[in-house]
Design a protein around this ligand. Structure first.
Ligand code: HEM
Ligand code: HEM
Length: 179
C-alpha cells in the first residue's frame, strides 16, 4: 500500500498539533474570567489567534503541495461509498481550515481588537487592521466562526472515527499511509 510522502505526513501532523491547540482553546476562552484587567484572558486570545493564523499559513502551503503533487491512490479494496465518505470529509476539512481562521481574523478586526499589542501574532508581529470596529458585522462573523468550530469538531469525529474503523474493524492498516 502506497504511503503519503514525508512532506505530506509532516504537513498532516503539524496540522493536528495546531488544531489540538486552536480548537480547545477557542471553546474555552468564553469561560475564562479574570479580575486582572483581562490579563489571563488575553493570553488565551493570543494563543488561540496565533495558533489559528499559523494553521492558516500551514494549510495554504499544504494545499499548494497537495494540488501540485497529488495523493497516493487509495487501495483498490476500499469500496466506493467509503472512498466517497473519506474524500468528502477531507475536502470539507480543507475548506474549513482555510475559512475558519479568516472568519476569526476578520471578526477580531470588526470587534476592534486586531492582532496587535497583547494579541499580536506570535506575541510580537503586529498584523494590519482591515476595518474600523463594526459590532453588527463582528457579531455575524463570530456566529459563523462558532458554527465553523462545531462543524470542524464533527468532521474530526468522522475523520478519526474513520481511521479507527479502518484500524479496528477493517484491519487494513490505512493509518500506516500517514505515519
Ligand atoms: C482553524 C483555526 C481556528 C479554529 C478551529 C477556531 C475555533 C474557535 C472556536 C471553537 C471558538 C469558540 C466559539 C464559541 O463557542 O462561540 C472560537 C472563538 C474565537 N476565535 Fe477562533 N478558531 C480558529 C482561528 C481563529 C483565528 C485565526 C482568530 C483570530 C485571528 C480567531 C478568533 C476567535 C475569537 C475572537 C473567538 C471568540 C472568543 C470568545 O471571546 O469567546 N479564531 N474559535
Ligand atoms: C489523531 C488524529 C488523526 C489521525 C489518526 C489521522 C489520520 C489520517 C490518515 C490515516 C489519513 C490518510 C487517509 C488515507 O489513507 O487516505 C489522513 C488524511 C487526512 N487528514 Fe487526518 N488524522 C488525524 C487528525 C487530523 C486533523 C486534526 C486534521 C485537520 C484538522 C486532519 C486532516 C486530514 C486531511 C485533510 C487528510 C487528507 C489528506 C489528503 O489526501 O490530502 N487529520 N488522516
Amino acid at each position: 500500500m502506497e504511503s503519503y510522502s514525508p512532506v505530506s505526513k509532516w504537513f498532516h501532523w503539524v496540522t493536528v498539533v495546531l488544531m489540538a491547540v486552536a480548537l480547545p482553546v477557542g471553546f474555552v476562552i468564553q469561560h475564562v474570567t479574570d479580575k486582572q484587567e483581562g490579563a489571563t484572558k488575553m493570553v488565551f486570545y493570543a494563543i488561540h489567534e496565533s495558533a489559528g493564523v499559523t494553521l492558516f499559513l500551514v494549510v495554504l502551503a499544504r494545499l499548494l503541495w497537495r494540488l501540485s503533487r497529488g495523493a497516493p491512490p487509495l487501495p483498490g479494496s476500499i469500496p466506493a461509498p467509503l472512498r466517497l465518505a473519506a474524500n468528502t470529509v477531507h475536502h470539507a476539512l480543507y475548506a474549513l481550515l482555510l475559512l475558519q481562521p479568516l472568519l476569526g481574523f476578520f471578526a477580531t478586526n470588526a470587534w476592534g481588537f486586531p492582532l496587535q499589542g497583547r494579541t499580536a501574532y506570535l506575541g510580537f508581529i503586529e498584523l494590519p487592521k482591515f476595518m474600523e470596529a463594526n459590532e453588527a458585522l463582528a457579531g455575524q462573523l463570530q456566529t459563523l466562526h462558532t458554527i465553523g468550530g462545531w462543524t470542524i469538531l464533527v468532521l474530526l469525529v468522522l475523520h478519526v472515527g474513520g481511521v479507527v474503523f479502518h484500524q479496528a474493524i477493517r484491519r487494513d492498516g490505512l493509518l500506516l499511509r500517514m505515519v
